[in-house]
Design a protein around this ligand. Structure first.
Ligand code: ADP
Ligand code: MG
Length: 363
């Protein structure tokens, strides 16, 4: 239904969308997630021509909507948008908000538009507010009116840009329920949202946007349950990182320990976890001591706010050598300590770097 190829968007020197490629099929619900400022809103605005892309193509039902002479109002009617901030007309009643577009743009009679509007207000549970004005409604009610107004234009696709972000937490679910209902009725939708549980159970597919592209996409079970790429994983598991560069044997170990403690405090990591982590870092640096004469170490401590897991990642340049294997004759005491502290360890050699990953045991 929608096919986007090599879409890019620049604002002056700022490239927001680099190369977005996407397809949305009829009846599909696609959630778009990702950190703030990664171009999710820009992408939706480009789709329904509120913003003009710098290059690329958008084809809807076989029609190239970026071609000169494209019928912009027709595109916007076909692909209507619901905004975070509702954008209702404050001086019009709820009913008039719903009938204005159909009368002016679709040529409906006032009677016909009114009838249809009441039907839609019933659908979103607000028939009794038909004669109220937007200022008399709660945020959740306003957003439901905005959705009904969008439906009044009989769109084939609805784009939602963070429809619940401006709402009090108590009103989020009434709006999500309406969107769920539309999904059940087979409406094609693209929804930018931070409501991960909602995205997980309402969508057929999820796009994770980052670095100006759709960085990863997949069915919700896979994208939320087993994300493949590092940035997706960091976002989904809400990973907070501390990084440290150890340039030589003479580096300031006490200063690093102080920083790790501060990091743990900030992330509310329990004391036991922090002590285990500090012990692990010490053993791991020891293990690398011979290397430190010639090559630096990159340490990264990754803490998942979601799962509470703590990982230490160590990267060092040089020939491939798995330090976890130790020497043949005797089991190294340091390695025993490390094994004791970790529930898993992993070794890999990538691009001339030895990489070790240690996952701390939970206590
Ligand atoms: P998201 O919705 O993912 O938070 P946006 O699409 O709103 O991200 O914005 C992406 C980037 O583009 C941001 O850095 C934002 O400041 C910039 N941006 C958005 N709109 C404009 C604009 N009209 N002019 C200049 N920069 C903009
Ligand atoms: Mg946005």
């Amino acid at each position: 239904m929608i096919k986007v190829e090599h879409l890019s968007k620049r604002y002056g020197a700022l490239t927001v969308l680099k190369d977005v490629n996407a397809e949305i099929r009829k009846g599909e619900v696609v959630s778009i997630i990702g950190p703030s400022g990664t171009g999710k809103s820009t992408f939706l605005r480009c789709l329904n021509l509120l913003d003009s892309p710098t290059s690329g193509s958008i084809v809807i039902d076989g029609v190239d909507i970026l071609a000169p002479g494209a019928d912009v109002p027709a595109v916007r009617q076909k692909m209507n948008m619901v905004f975070q901030s509702f954008n209702l007309f404050a001086h019009l009643s709820v009913l008039e908000n719903l009938t204005l577009g159909p009368i002016k743009l679709r040529g409906l009679t006032a009677a016909k538009a009114g009838e249809k509007a009441m039907e839609l207000l019933r659908l979103v549970g607000l028939a009794e507010k038909a004669n109220s004005f937007p200022e008399e409604l709660s945020g959740g009610q306003k957003q439901r009116v905005a959705i009904a107004r969008c439906l009044a234009m009989e769109p084939e696709i609805i784009l939602f840009d963070e429809p619940t972000s401006a709402l009090d937490p108590t009103m989020v679910s009434e709006v999500l329920s309406v969107i769920r209902r539309l999904a059940k009725d087979g409406m094609t939708m693209a929804i930018v949202t931070h409501e991960m549980d909602f995205a997980r159970d309402v969508s057929n597919r999820v796009f994770y946007m980052d670095e100006g592209v759709i960085y990863e996409e997949g069915p919700p079970e896979q994208l939320f349950g087993d994300p493949r790429r590092p940035r997706t994983r960091a976002f989904i598991n809400r990973i907070r990182s501390y990084q440290c560069h150890i340039a030589s044997r003479d580096f300031d170990f006490y200063a690093m320990n102080g920083e790790i403690e501060a990091f743990c405090e900030k992330q509310f990591i329990p004391r036991k976890g922090r002590d285990d982590l500090l012990a692990l870092v010490e053993e791991v640096v020891q293990l690398h001591a011979p290397q430190l004469a010639s090559a630096a170490l990159e340490l990264s401590i990754d803490y998942s706010e979601k799962t509470g897991s703590l990982q230490l990642l160590v990267k060092s340049a040089g020939e491939a050598r798995n330090l976890l294997e130790g020497s043949q004759e005797e089991e190294d005491i340091g390695l025993l300590l490390i094994r004791n502290l970790c529930e898993a360890t992993e070794y890999g050699y990538v691009d001339g770097n030895n990489r070790l990953a240690f996952t701390l045991r939970r206590r």
